[in-house]
Design a protein. Structure first.
Length: 308
């Protein structure tokens, strides 16, 4: 499925996103060709997989208020709020951590509020149960007729939207790799690739749950398994948004060599993983590997004291 021409006209995404080969010594010495799929350039407010995951959900909502979930620094919340501002519909963000309710908004949440998002803070126990019928019923009772999108935007429509990423890479590369938080992008990417191509997911969070999530999303979106995909789970660096000196040094070096600002939560771990895998001989000489650049580093934001 593809977004309608009306939605594309309204938001004017840059599609297909550019695919650029870069020569990097860590890959070249193994005879591997590295390509960067610059999904970060799709849209200034809905970059990368945010556009691909949200587009069909925006159409399904048909102008109704969107309610979705995220942490205090969620890129997904910011993208949803921006879409609401650009397209003129309401948005509600259910934010993890009721301790934040009486503090000044951080720059990320301040941007959401400035874009018109209503912020609703819940305690962490309630947030963990956000998909339960009881919690959802309470939210619907509070906010009325809303379209609910899960955390990270990953649902069947998101996976269907991400098949376009695979189609854009069809015939161009042998391996398409993407960092994973909730699994929706990988589920759709794999489904969109041609036979003989494979998708590789690099989780940025531990727990071993993503394989089941990707399989579930593919069942819901496509009726069953779709495409050739696998996960490489050694590169979480301790969990979501966590880092380490060697990861930071690697990202700094990649930026210096290629002039590409490296987003640290997802993209740095992806590029680090691919470099290690290439050095380990995981890719045969001549393999064309695409790293999907799903976002850029956040621009500096001013601290805000916006109140609720």
């Amino acid at each position: 499925m593809s977004p309608s021409a009306d939605l594309a006209h309204a938001l004017r995404p840059r599609l297909p996103s550019p695919l650029r080969e870069v020569r990097d010594e860590g890959f070249a010495r193994r005879g591997v060709r590295l390509f960067l799929k610059r999904d970060d350039l799709i849209h200034p407010d809905l970059p990368g997989n945010k556009w691909r995951k949200l587009a069909l959900n925006l159409e399904a909502a048909a102008g109704r208020t969107l309610l979705t979930f995220g942490g205090a620094y969620s890129n997904h919340l910011r993208a949803t709020a921006a879409a609401g501002r650009l397209l003129g519909f309401g948005t509600v963000g259910v934010v993890r951590g009721d301790e934040l309710a009486h503090r000044p908004l951080n720059p990320s949440l301040a941007r959401c509020a400035a874009d018109g998002m209503r912020l609703h803070f819940v305690d962490r126990t309630t947030y963990r149960a956000k998909a339960s019928p009881e919690v959802l019923a309470g939210l619907l009772s509070r906010f009325g007729d809303v379209e609910v999108i899960p955390e990270g935007g990953s649902n069947a429509l998101a996976a269907q939207g991400c098949t376009a990423l695979g189609r854009e890479l069809a015939g161009e590369v042998d391996v398409a790799a993407v960092a994973c938080g909730t699994g929706g992008t990988l589920a759709g990417l794999a489904a969109g690739l041609d036979p003989g191509q494979r998708a590789l997911g690099v989780p940025v969070v531990g727990g071993g749950f993503l394989a089941g999530e990707v399989a579930r999303l593919q069942r819901e979106a496509f009726g069953g398994p779709a495409g050739d995909w696998a996960l490489e789970e050694r590169f979480t660096f301790g969990g979501y948004a966590r880092t380490a000196p060697d990861l930071d040094a690697f990202a700094d070096g990649f930026e210096d060599r290629h002039g590409l600002p490296v987003e640290r939560v997802y993209v740095a771990k992806l590029l680090f993983a691919l470099t290690v895998l290439a050095d380990e001989g995981a890719f045969a000489p001549g393999t064309r590997v695409a790293a999907v650049i799903t976002g850029a580093p956040d621009a500096p934001l001013q601290e805000s004291s916006v109140s609720r």
